[in-house]
Ligand binder design. Sequence first.
Ligand code: NAD
Length: 455
Amino acid sequence: MKILNPANGELLAEVATDDAASVAAKAAAARAAQPAWAAVPMVERLAPLQRFRAAVVRELDTLAALLTREVGKPIAQAKNELNGLLPRLDFFFEQAEAAVRDEHVFNGGGMHEEITHVPLGVVANISAWNYPWFVGCNVIVPALLTGNAVLYKPSECATLTGQAITRLLHAAGVPQEVMQCLAGGGEVGAALLAQKIDGLFFTGSHATGQRIAQALAGRLVKVQLELGGKDPTYVRADADPKAAAESLADGAMYNTGQSCCSVERIYVHEAVHDEFVRHLLATVATFKGGDPMDPGTYIGAITRTPQLEVLEEQVLDAVAKGATLHGGGTRLPGAGNHFPPTVLTNVDHRMAVMREESFGPVIGIQKVKGDDEAVALMNDTRYGLTAGVYTQDEAAARAILSRVNAGTVYWNCCDRVSPRLPWSGVGDSGIGLTLGVAGIQTFTRPKAWHLRSPG
Ligand code: NAD
């Protein structure tokens, strides 16, 4: 498989891919090795993962450069991802033992009742490329900590990063058989699904997630799907339009708009709409595009070439239906996949840009008359990953956010993930969760013990 730099088309590497036989061999080795790994005390599983963290810190600059070359993420944002990984790892390290500690829930009349949390066994992780360190480690680290073996298939667009994660885990002392990396695209993912696995943890698009769920439906394998979104934000009449615009421009365009929780739709009260749009355009005008290796670059490359067409079609569709385009709207000429920040106003829900995930630096802004209309529009979607509101009024924010169907809600912030909070989606944004204490427990199953003492 050829790995190309999406920012300039340069060949970075050629990687040997797995096939059905090598996937089966890796799965068998993981199956054989998992019980011994599960039998190791938690503290001994923790030690290599802490050494892995230290290696990430030590190699941060090299790993960030690799990530930037492979996915086109601006170098400053690649470093942010790696630095942002550290508190996530710390959360898992601090919480893992308590999360899966035995629970003694009843003692009386000669009966003792206990719950133990046993590892699922061999878990598969099929992953996305847009935040490969985050979405990979959200699964790999708690799964390993709780005694599972992991079969990890990074995205074909982040193979080198996936291999780097695996190399560092092995070098830190995680046994080779317990942590296996598979290289390749959808066909290798499909070969992985054909193995005997005890859990499937997927991050990627809704279309692939649905295919995976169908492939596993007959086998009663635990399935978690973290999928896309069409994340809305509402700017109320009482919000500070400048502060909201600056925050939301970043929320829509950071990571070149290629975040599952990017702001994808903005609804603005008519009283502050024009002022908000003016500030948002002024902020977007400061976003520097270009070579992702340049520390000043804010808009990097579009990682997957076909996405350029999706973005162009959304813009054409919106303009044909009456939207106003404020600059951008088409790919940039020259080598690599570059698309400028694109803002559309006068949009509505007949337009694909307000209904389908853009996954690029494109944002639609729609004028609304009040809270009820905003809530109705926010909920007019098949997705439900995140949603937000900007207002001075906390009570109003809480009332609005409690009516919105989303796994995560934000007041005066956006595009934010916390290791302490569960990350989950409603509707076509997925099933299951990662992060939070529940995101550790999800790699185990509770086993119920009914113990009657003979006396
Ligand atoms: P994708 O669905 O194209 O690919 C995801 C993974 O699935 C890749 O590893 C791919 O090789 C594999 N795959 C493809 N076909 C397969 C098949 N038939 N069987 C098994 N595996 C198969 O998604 P992507 O382009 O890598 O990621 C972008 C999407 O991920 C966006 O929709 C984004 O919103 C979503 N995402 C969601 C979250 C979240 O936390 N909810 C986080 C990051 C990304």
